[in-house]
Design a binder for this molecule. Structure first.
Ligand SMILES: N[C@@H](CCC(=O)N[C@@H](CS)C(=O)NCC(=O)O)C(=O)O
Length: 225
């Protein structure tokens, strides 16, 4: 069996979601660090792998690439406890994963990117930031309401819906969001962090050189826990 190769950026929340799932599943993989701020996701070579020019990107088998963090989460989780197994629980996990991509990530993710990753980004985005804060808070309130009576988002247990939502919620306090009025969200963040195998966004998998020919060439890997 080939080893997964993950194209990822350390400080990308969408990439972290995938690294977190791989860690919780104790799945070995090799990581290629892609610096989007230096245009490394927009090179002809990378665009040939993912026409969207974005990370994360998972090479599931030689030459087979899967983009979109939540699609990758679904691919990895099928058949494990991270994916619900009844029709309604699955659909509810998807419901929250779509919510994450349209209500949470575009707002908290954008605030995080411009305030935390781009030098001088705050000055470039003062106007947009107001919108991101307003819509981001609305998304956090929807999550708070759900978590008042539920420990997790779907199926009554930790699933990829939680992993998807954790990715950007856990950095909200680094980019102007005040989470102190969302006690249920805070309790849920801590609950996710207690999960066996949990890793932080800083945790670094062993990275390998971005050599397009190397999928089968490398004979060994190291996996840390
Ligand atoms: N919907 C995509 C979004 C991926 C995305 O926004 N990736 C960002 C980093 S978090 C990226 O690679 N941006 C670089 C670029 O667009 O050039 C997902 O969930 O994977």
């Amino acid at each position: 069996m080939s080893l997964y190769k993950l194209y990822s950026m350390q400080r990308s929340g969408n990439s972290y979601k995938v690294r977190l799932a791989l860690a919780l599943l104790d799945a070995p993989y090799r990581a290629v660090e892609v610096d989007i701020l230096r245009g490394e996701s927009r090179t002809p070579d990378f665009l040939a792998k993912n026409p969207s020019g974005q990370v994360p990107l998972l090479e599931t088998a030689p030459g087979r690439y899967l983009a979109e963090s939540n699609a990758i989460l679904w691919y990895l989780a099928v058949g494990t406890s991270l994916a619900p197994d009844t029709r309604m629980d699955r659909a509810e996990a998807l419901q929250w994963m779509f919510f994450e991509q349209h209500a949470l990530e575009p707002n908290i993710g954008s605030a995080y990117f411009w305030l935390c990753l781009v030098k001088g980004g705050r000055d470039l985005q003062t106007h947009a930031l107001e919108d991101w804060l307003e819509r981001g808070y609305a998304a956090l309130q929807v999550m708070e309401n759900h978590l008042k009576t539920n420990d997790y988002f779907a199926a009554g247990q930790l699933t990829i819906a939680d992993i998807a939502l954790y990715g950007y919620t856990h950095v909200a306090d680094q980019c102007d969001f005040d989470l102190s009025t969302f006690p249920a969200v805070n309790a849920w963040l801590r609950r996710v962090e207690q999960t066996p195998g949990f890793i932080t966004m800083d945790w670094t998998p062993e990275t390998i050189a971005a050599d397009p020919t190397s999928f089968a060439a490398e004979g060994h890997h190291h996996h840390h826990h």
